[in-house]
Design a protein around this ligand. Structure first.
Ligand code: MLT
Length: 210
């Protein structure tokens, strides 16, 4: 059942106590149910927290407004990032969760990158699937070694290789420990994403949460 009791409509699936939860962030036109199967596949037994983006673009949910394809409304983005950070805090309190690792796809990956850069400390880590830099100029805040996996597509028509490299560098400059890989894929998910995300999570979740 979708849960509308916190500030975002969301799904929560409980998992093993103490296990690092995943914050699932869907792409444009998705909703809170989209990434639940992927989350269960890459982190079996982990608690899953999956909000629905609060912006509607022609009826399609997103996490922040854009002015055009790949051109973001950064004032709106900053506000939405604060809203998402507040939701994470509410959900941690309501469900007794430690800081989550984000698993975001496309627009969800972009808002996760913005959360890392603008609100360091909210996320324990992140897997960014086909992201691009959310800010023209990153906020310049420091992340203390937050682990981040960036998975780009070699033939992604929306995110050129140089754009993906710029985001990886922005995250490194802010102090994240970035593993950036380019897979033989487009903007959509492939089996290689699932395998890479699972292997990275197995290596990066704390021993208590494995
Ligand atoms: C975005 O708007 O976040 C990116 O262009 C990805 C997308 O949602 O198409």
């Amino acid at each position: 059942m979708a849960d509308g009791t916190l500030s975002f409509v969301h799904r929560h699936q409980s998992g093993r106590p103490g296990s690092a939860p995943l914050l699932l962030l869907h792409g444009t036109g998705g909703d809170e149910t989209d990434l639940l199967p992927l989350g269960a596949l890459v982190a079996p037994g982990a608690p899953l927290l999956s909000p629905r983006g609060q912006v509607l673009e022609a009826g399609m949910p997103r996490f922040f407004r854009r002015l055009a394809e790949g051109v973001f409304d950064e004032d709106d983005l900053r506000r939405r990032v604060d809203d998402l950070a507040a939701f994470v805090a509410e959900a941690r309190e309501a469900y007794g969760l430690p800081a989550p690792i984000a698993l975001g796809l496309s627009n969800g990956a972009n808002v996760a990158a913005a959360l890392l850069l603008a609100r360091p400390g909210v996320l324990a880590g992140a897997i960014l699937l086909r992201p691009m830099p959310p800010f023209a100029t990153p906020p310049g805040l420091a992340m203390a070694g937050t682990p981040v996996l960036v998975l780009s597509g070699a033939v992604d028509p929306l995110v050129p290789a140089a754009t993906a490299l710029r985001l990886a560098q922005d995250l490194r400059d802010a102090g994240a420990v970035v593993d950036h890989r380019t897979l033989p894929a487009g903007h959509g998910l492939s089996q290689a994403d699932v395998a890479a995300a699972k292997a990275w999570l197995d290596a990066n979740r704390s021993p208590a949460s494995a």
